[in-house]
Ligand binder design. Structure first.
Ligand SMILES: C[S@@+](CC[C@H](N)C(=O)[O-])C[C@H]1O[C@@H](n2cnc3c(N)ncnc32)[C@H](O)[C@@H]1O
Length: 206
C-alpha cells in the first residue's frame, strides 16, 4: 500500500509516530510484520509500503485501509509457526487477564521468527497505578467484560518474558511526555527475541 496515511484530528498521528520510532529500528527490508491488537491500524498502514503487514484484533477498530486483517479469539493466532519476522504487541497485554497473558505471548513467540516488540504502560508511581487501573477498568466496561486485566512494572514484565524463553534484548523507558502530554504515565518498550537458552553464535548476535 503506497501513499500517505491520512489521520483524523487529534493524537492518532503522534501516537503512531511514537510506536514507529520503536519498531522501525528492529525491522529489516522485506520483513513480514504482524500487529497483534492493531486497533485503528495506523502503524501497519505506515509500514505497508516497505513490509508485508498483517493486523489481528479481537474487535474491528480499523480507521485506515490494511492489506490483511483478521479477527481472532484473542488467544490463538490463526497462523503457522514462524509466519512472521517481527510481531508487535502495542498496549495490548495489559488488557489481557494475567492468567491468559502467557497463552497470548507464547502464541506471539510461536509465529515470530526474529523479534517481538512489546509496548506497555508500566506504572512506577501511585498516580501511574491509579491512571492505569482506571484505564483498564474503562476498557473492560467498554467491551462489556468482567474479565480481569493487569499492568506490570518493567521488572515484572522482564521476569515474565524470561519464563517464556524470551530474551529481553532492550527494555527502554519512554519519556513520560513522548506520546501524549495529557497522559504522562510511565511506559516501556521491550524488544524480545525467542531464546532456547543456548549461547548465541557471533552470527546470530550481529
Ligand atoms: C489501547 S488499544 C491499542 C491499539 C494499537 N495496538 C495501538 O497501539 O494503537 C488496545 C487494543 O488491544 C485489543 N485487544 C484487547 N485484547 C486483545 C487480545 N487478547 N488480542 C489482541 N488484541 C486485543 C483491543 O481490541 C484494542 O484494539
Amino acid at each position: 500500500m503506497q501513499g500517505v496515511v491520512s489521520y483524523p484530528p487529534g493524537t492518532a498521528r503522534q501516537l503512531t509516530m511514537s510506536t514507529l520510532a520503536f519498531i522501525r529500528p528492529v525491522l529489516r527490508p522485506g520483513d513480514r510484520v504482524l500487529d497483534i491488537g492493531c486497533g485503528e491500524g495506523f502503524v501497519l498502514a505506515e509500514l505497508a509500503s516497505a513490509h508485508e503487514v498483517t493486523g489481528v484484533d479481537i474487535a474491528d477498530h480499523r480507521a485506515t485501509r490494511l492489506p490483511r486483517f483478521a479477527l481472532y479469539d484473542g488467544l490463538r493466532l490463526p497462523f503457522a509457526d514462524g509466519s512472521y519476522d517481527v510481531s508487535l504487541l502495542a498496549f495490548v497485554l495489559h488488557h489481557v487477564p494475567n492468567d491468559l497473558k502467557p497463552v497470548l505471548v507464547r502464541e506471539a513467540r510461536r509465529v515470530s521468527r526474529r523479534a517481538i516488540v512489546v509496548l506497555e504502560d508500566t506504572p512506577r508511581t501511585l498516580l501511574d497505578r491509579i491512571a492505569c487501573h482506571l484505564h483498564g477498568r474503562a476498557y473492560r466496561r467498554k467491551v462489556g467484560s468482567t474479565a480481569g486485566f493487569g499492568f506490570y512494572d518493567p521488572a515484572r514484565w522482564e521476569a515474565f518474558f524470561a519464563q517464556l524463553e524470551l530474551r529481553v534484548v532492550t527494555s527502554t523507558a519512554f519519556s513520560r511526555f513522548r506520546r501524549d502530554w495529557r497522559r504522562p504515565w510511565a511506559r516501556t518498550c521491550f524488544v524480545l527475541e525467542p531464546w532456547d537458552g543456548r549461547p548465541r553464535t557471533a552470527g546470530e548476535l550481529s
